[in-house]
Design a protein around this ligand. Sequence first.
Ligand code: ZN
Ligand code: ZN
Length: 315
Amino acid sequence: MRRPCDRCGEREAVVRIESLNESICDECLSTRIWRRVKPILDEEIQTGDVIASALSGGKDSSLTLYYLWKYKKESNKDFEVFAVTIDEGTCYRAESISKAKELTSRLGVKHKIVKMSEIFAFSIPQVQVLLSKSKIKRDLCTYCGVFRRQALNIVAREKGATKVATGHNLDDMVQTLFMNLIRGDMSAMARLFSKSRSTEKLIPRIRPLAKVPEKEVTVQALLLGIPAHFGKCPLVSGMRVRVRRFLDRLEQENPGFKERAFNFIEKIVKQAIPELTYHFELKYCKLCGEPTTQELCKVCQFKQELEAEVLSTTD
Ligand SMILES: [Zn+2]
Ligand SMILES: [Zn+2]
């Protein structure tokens, strides 16, 4: 044994937790993560729920599906889980979809794969080409995020889901939180921490890994031998990348910073939510009828802009 676990002293340490100044073994890591995941599942999942687990084939969504499967097996709640993969049409996705299929067949979970272009008439590579020729100054990631979110909601709703589970980890959550701070977007901040109200068309979301740091997700997924794609999306760009680098540097200099920042802002925002809720009265898009906070949903706004680009380039 190279170095014993700082917690149990019995098994070999496999991961360093800088914020605790400890190196811990596989079992102590599993316990540590499950302690953060289970309370979220206990609170969010009820008997009778049908959970659509968004599965990209990356480590985060794969581990999320694994925990939902484990929870279903171990808890006495009677609920259903199935996986949904939205295929954006990128080469990166092709690789992760095969991992996603491997995982769902191993767990015996139903799996629905839907092409983004079938829902919106645009795939992400097509958007990328249009953007490169246009004057629109928006990151490709923004389109991917907006299109994917709505596609997921549509597919989950059509399949009778009562909740959508996503793989966002602590690092993702803190990035989003800081992006909202930078933009001064109070209503997005409030939505991030409020229990989404279920309406006829909007399926509430749950984020089982919201309190688990990315590094621990990676190590846990590897230790469990979960088939998953471990790379980052090669198309990622823009503000999120800059924010991520900035936060990673702060974390390195102040171990535990991300967790403290998340808990701190969560506490403040949750108290302020009653005053912020009027900011996000839910409406329905005038064009497609999907839920939105504006007159037109983001997807329709983006589609209109892109269609205008197509017309101007074919002139
Ligand atoms: Zn241990
Ligand atoms: Zn719309």
